[in-house]
Structure formats: C-alpha cells, structure tokens
Design a protein around this ligand. Sequence first.
Ligand code: NAP
Length: 259
Amino acid sequence: MDLGIQGKTALVCASSKGLGLGCARALAEAGVNLVMNARGVGALEAAAQSIRDEFGVTVQTIATDITTEEGQSAVLEAANGPDILVTNAGGPPPGMWTDWEREDFIKALDANMLTPIALIKACLPTMMDRGWGRIVNITSQSVKSPIPVLGLSNSARAGLTGYVAGTARQVAPSGVTINNLQPGIHATDRAVSLDTGVAEQQGITREEAALQRQATIPARRYGTAEEFGQTCAFLCSQHAGFIVGQNILLDGGAVNTTQ
Ligand code: NAP
C-alpha cells in the first residue's frame, strides 16, 4: 500500500533501538526523511546508516537525552518543522509503591509525559499552518491495564493520555492527528530487562520468565518492532486522517477489554 507520505519529514525520538527504531524504519520504507535520536552515538549512527543504505532517504542523527530541554531544542532545530512527530523515551524502572519518592515521579513525568507534551506543543503550530500533520506517541498497554510494578510509568503515561485526548480534538480541524500507540510486551531490550527482573525475583532463567509471560498472551508470543513500526507508519499515512485521539493497543490480545 502506498502510504502517500513520500518526501515528508519525521522526527522520531529515542529511535536507535526497539520500538522507536521500528517506527523509523517503517517511515523510511514509506519514503519519509528522518531525524533520529538517542543518547548513545554508536547504535544511533549504525541504525541511521543502515536506514540510509536500505531505503535511500535522508537521515540526520542527534545524539542527546530527549528528556532535557537542551535535547528537545537540538532535535527540534534539526527537524525544522517536521510533518510527522513520533515521541518516545525509555520507560521508568519497576518497583513497589514504597520505593517511589517525589524525585522518582518528577523523572518519570519529565520523560514520559512532559517531554512528549513539550515536543507536541513545539511542532503543532507549523503542522497546523500547513494543514497537515501526524503525531504518534509511544505509550504503553499499562494505560488501559495498569501493571502494578510499573507505577511510575502508569502515572506518567496516564497524564500524557489525558493531555492528548483533549489536544487531539482541538487541533483536528487543522488536519493534524494525534494518537497513542500502546505496546504490550515486545521483543526489545526493554523486554529483556523486564524478564531479567522476573527471573531474579523468582529464581528462574530469563528464558523461563519469557515463556511464562508469553503463556499469558493470547497470541502466545511477544510483538516485534517491525509490526509495531508498520502500525505507526499507517497512523502517519494519508489514509489515517480520520483516526483522531485514539489509544491503540498492540498487545497480542493481552488486555481483555471491549474498548
Ligand atoms: P528499548 O529497546 O530499550 O529502546 C529504547 C530506545 O530509546 C533506545 O534507542 C535508547 O537509546 C533510546 N532512549 C532511551 N532513553 C532515552 C532518552 N532519555 N533520550 C533519548 N533516547 C533515549 O525500549 P523499547 O522496548 O523500544 O521501549 C520504548 C518505549 O516503549 C519505552 O518507554 C517503554 O517503556 C515502552 N514500552 C515498551 C514495551 C516493550 O515491551 N518493549 C511495552 C510497553 C511499553 P539510548 O539508550 O542510547 O538513549
């Protein structure tokens, strides 16, 4: 399917690995030029080069922490009014309700709520003037079905989701859509670290922890960054202009809900 976005520009945050990289690759496959970002230079440059080689699009890289004001300014300057924005950052660590102090919440809110809000707010005016824009936020299934050990993530992502619900409807008349993709468990480094935590806690191997978790998912497997990225690219396509303010689960059926 022609997504109708060839030649557009996308800022894809936190995209040297995992779900962000899946989104960057799928957009590049559709002919979109990219600004990619991550903190570590090595993986970012390698990912960018493989995308240039494979898809022939322009890729700029900005190695910076997206949760800082300087990082946000740097990527926004490089992207210079992108047509497409994909927000993403690492997720907060797991724990117990007794572990989390004010500073831990501030960090999680900065990374997973206030950073995407700042980027959205910076990109919207140009998109609205142009009469076209696509914003996709990578959030989590935990917004629909909170995961007890991810209390910091549950809190921050619920805040972003509330903001998007209102803002998406305010900007839709200008041809700009904002939607959230809610990943369930996907086979990325994040999954390895979550499975390692379970393995240590239960005295089992990481493979056993993964199999145990997969048994709870109707699809009986983890999602892939490739299929996640293709869904993101579709939301950014010309065909998705009537999808506004939605929270789309990509979870293999793990969350049992009719909504
Ligand atoms: P991942 O495989 O660990 O990749 C994270 C990517 O983000 C890397 O490229 C990393 O590069 C970059 N990154 C992390 N923190 C950053 C920061 N502060 N500034 C700039 N770049 C940053 O993670 P993932 O699995 O793709 O997860 C992406 C998001 O989805 C996370 O918020 C995660 O919590 C959420 N999520 C994931 C799953 C899952 O199963 N995978 C499920 C639900 C929600 P550097 O480390 O070099 O910066």
